[in-house]
Design a protein around this ligand. Structure first.
Ligand code: 5AD
Ligand code: SF4
Length: 496
């Protein structure tokens, strides 16, 4: 046996290459992160290995992700740790030894889905008593949720939140060594632990967190309460992570933050989001840059300029408007008016006529009248969105809007929602049809789900196109002729 490795002697950058089977776990854990977590990974790995030997098969872990791209990225981090520990990933809950739900709480229906599926997990655990169940993510940051799970879902083994995800390995060890439900929720953190393992879903594209949390406090939104105050990552760390990803085959990155336009404002050496983009643009081998989400109030002229001159930033901007009525926008605490939003759109379109614009819209905010919804529809008509995600307002406990009077009756909301949806769909179809016959660059992403002879590619403007091609092209950029528009997507062929 080779000599043992003491993690206290390993520099952070080297941790990912350490053979966990050789780590000395007889000493006490290191005090510093992320060394400390690698120590716990090594310990968990021994446990998984011996259990797997006992059963004569690998142990399977299944992560179910709810919600946004942030959660998707968090799940890749969880899977990175699980893989290091020795679990094999599965999509099938029924064959898993460990099921993790990474939850969302932005609207109540996300919560209800989790409760519904927990019922199913309970029956699964009766058949497979060794099954371990963990819950994490935004929903777990709510005390009412924790109380409910403690009371009615006693079979859950581990609960943690959004601020302490980095200590997943440590929590797993605690879970393995205890039979009681482990609950570890932090209210806040200013810690950003770098260099933990990540298991990416796609070899050729990746999300990158550039900041965590949100300071906007839109009056309907629970995110600032469950994801905490805004914290930006160091630009050097971001660039370094992307360099590593590119070396690993990634050609497209999606920079992730609740409000990327306020990136860097509270760093020791402040930097703007546009400046960060310029740095990322210079990374050799990187082909495409996307980002999500932009708050209209903070979108700077500098950003428009950088986007306009960029060869890599995709021609797509997600610019949530939420509502079109000034009165509702004010009650939502969005801090822009309809006219200001429309002026911003004009400025963006003047600089980049080919840009695709998408948005989020909420219908049924307290006090919203059918006339207010008309204002929203008017914005959709004027902006001509390429796509819009429409949501029915969901009351979130603890937000200012939840205690506002005049919550809108369900039938009125429905009626407004349907009217809006029709406008959104008609507009999106009209916009899509405009590209008919053009040749555009597409990133080949995957084999078409319905027809294995076709590949699915994504255009710079985020639209999908399906075309005959070999799977060997996955991860490559190709020129595709957009032959036939099918509403929201195209079929076409590669131009050689
Ligand atoms: N109800 C409905 N939709 C909401 N969103 C955020 N909070 C709520 C809520 N309470 C929507 C917003 C946001 C998107 C991610 O979710 O449109 O942009
Ligand atoms: Fe994402 Fe917000 Fe849902 Fe959390 S609550 S998963 S941040 S959308």
């Amino acid at each position: 046996m080779d000599s043992y490795i003491d993690l206290k002697d390993i520099v952070t950058e080297e941790l990912k290459h350490v053979d966990l089977d050789r780590v000395n776990v007889t000493c006490s854990p290191p005090d510093v992160e992320p060394q400390r977590q690698y120590y716990f990974m090594a310990k968990c790995r021994q446990i998984v290995k011996s259990e797997s030997e006992r059963l004569g098969r690998p142990l399977y872990a299944c992560i179910q992700t709810f919600g946004c791209q942030m959660n998707a990225r968090d799940s890749e981090k969880l899977l990175g740790i699980l893989t290091q520990i020795g679990y094999v990933s599965t999509q099938e809950e029924s064959e898993a030894d460990f099921v993790i739900y990474n939850t969302c709480t932005v609207r109540d229906n996300a919560n209800q889905r989790v409760y519904g599926r927990l019922g199913f997990l309970n029956s699964l655990k009766r058949q497979r008593p060794h099954l371990k169940i963990a819950l994490c993510g935004c929903m777990m940051q709510e005390q009412t949720v924790i109380d409910k799970i403690r009371k009615s879902y006693r079979f859950v083994d581990l609960i943690f939140g959004t601020h302490n995800l980095f200590k997943f390995a440590q929590l797993l060890l605690t879970m393995f060594e205890n039979r009681d439900m482990i609950v570890d929720i932090w209210q806040e953190t200013d810690q950003i632990v770098e260099e933990l393992p990540v298991n990416r879903k796609y070899p050729y594209k990746s999300g990158i967190n550039i900041m965590f949390g949100c300071n906007n406090f839109c009056s309907y939104c629970i995110v600032p309460y469950v994801r905490g105050r805004e914290r930006s990552r160091d630009p050097q760390e971001i660039v370094q992570e992307i360099r590593q990803l590119v070396a690993d085959g990634v050609v497209e990155v999606m920079l992730l933050g609740q409000n990327v336009n306020s990136y860097g404002k509270n760093l020791d050496e402040p930097i703007t989001f546009a400046q960060l983009l310029s740095k990322v643009e210079q990374i050799d081998g990187l082909k495409r840059i996307r980002f999500m989400t932009s708050h209209p109030r903070d979108l700077s002229d500098e950003l428009i300029e950088v986007m306009k001159n960029s060869k890599k930033i995709c021609r797509h901007l997600h610019l949530p408007v939420q509502a079109g009525s000034d009165r509702i926008l004010q009650a939502m605490n969005r801090r822009y008016t309809k006219a200001q939003y429309l002026a911003l759109v004009d400025k963006i379109r003047a600089a980049m006529p080919d840009i695709a614009l998408t948005t989020d819209i909420i219908v049924g905010f307290p006090g919203e009248t059918p006339e207010d919804v008309e204002e929203t529809i008017d914005v959709v008509r004027r902006v001509q969105y390429d796509n819009a995600f429409t949501f029915i307002y969901s009351k979130r406990t603890g937000t200012p809007a939840s205690v506002m009077e005049n919550q809108v009756p369900e039938d009125v909301v429905r009626e407004g929602f349907d009217r809006l949806l029709k406008e959104v769909q008609d507009t999106a179809k009209r916009r899509a049809a405009l590209l008919q016959g053009q040749v555009m660059e597409a990133l080949v992403e995957e084999v078409n789900e319905q027809d294995a002879s076709l590949m699915t590619g994504r255009l710079s403007n985020n639209m999908l196109v399906h075309f005959p091609a070999p799977a060997t092209l996955i991860g490559q950029l190709v020129q595709v002729s957009l032959d036939t528009c099918h509403g929201f997507y195209y079929t076409g062929h590669i131009i050689s």
